[in-house]
Design a protein around this ligand. Structure first.
Ligand SMILES: [Mn+2]
Length: 277
């Protein structure tokens, strides 16, 4: 069975109004989009009408964690500032409600931490036992958020990032360990090829280890461009996804620059991945 293809609308935010992006993506053969998680900045009713008019579904919401916006930088589930943590939990809940409004099914959760500890380029700043303690400590909060999501029919997916974003959760192995401790049907893992390229020993092992917990993937090349524009071996990634019987979305998450360039990039990247399958 072929994969389903989606793309993150956050990639287009600085390029053009969302209606124009949607029209292009529908033409190019995308099945769905991932809406960016800024519940206060959009009119959900109008948005849903736009998606419906182009027959594109919304597969999920991309949490705007640690993005360049002021709000994004304050979204940290791991912080010494209890107020910041509470606000971040509320942000997750608002995004879950946003999922419902857009008839979407899932939201990614990333573990950004206080700046003091976030920059860990060699994984040496925080000792391993301390990292394990921090991850154990967050299980009750993730379980509670997962129940909140489950009650509304939404999946919560933990996404490992690379060492330049967080020192705490950077590999599939760590994400799977946390997901097993949360142990809820609607709590899973999201793997992103850009982060995997920096952190994983092997794309294949990471995917095989995640197996049934893997409910969503983000595809971008090593340079964050569309697949095929860098040097990640997407053949082995697709092969590994087939091995585990993956039937969820391949959702592209590229950095894009200009209107003209993005249309070529989003089309060629999608065609490239489809040609592998
Ligand atoms: Mn991602």
């Amino acid at each position: 069975m072929p994969f389903k293809y989606s793309i993150t609308l956050s990639s287009f935010r600085n390029i053009e109004p969302i209606e124009r992006t949607i029209e292009t993506l529908a033409d190019q053969g995308y099945n769905a989009v991932e809406m960016y998680g800024e519940p206060e900045k959009v009119n959900l009713k109008i948005l849903l009408d736009v998606f419906n008019s182009f027959d594109l579904s919304v597969c999920g919401i991309t949490g705007m964690w640690g993005s360049t916006s002021l709000e994004g930088r304050k979204r940290k589930l791991l912080s010494a500032d209890a107020g910041l943590v509470t606000n971040s939990q509320k942000y997750v809940q608002r995004c879950i409600d946003m999922c419902r409004s857009l008839e979407a099914n899932e939201l990614n959760v990333c573990l950004f931490a206080d700046d003091r500890s976030a920059f860990d380029p060699n994984h040496h700043v925080i000792p391993e036992p301390q990292k394990a303690t921090v991850l154990r400590g967050i299980i009750p909060m993730l379980s509670e958020l997962s129940r909140f999501a489950g009650d509304r029919g939404i999946r919560l997916l933990l996404e490992p990032l690379n060492r330049y974003s967080t020192p705490y959760l950077t590999t599939a192995e760590e994400a799977v360990a946390v997901a097993r401790q949360v142990n809820q049907e609607n709590f899973g893992v999201l793997l992103d090829t850009f982060h995997m390229n920096i952190e994983e020993d092997s794309f294949e092992n990471a995917i095989l280890k995640s197996e049934r917990l893997l409910h969503h993937t983000h595809f971008a090349d090593n340079n964050r461009k569309m697949p095929g524009r860098g040097h990640i071996d997407f053949h082995s990634i697709i092969e590994s996804l087939r091995k585990i019987g993956y039937q969820q979305y391949i959702s592209f998450e590229p950095h894009l620059t200009s209107t003209q360039d993005y249309k070529m990039a989003t089309k060629c990247g999608l065609d490239f991945i489809k040609s592998i399958y």
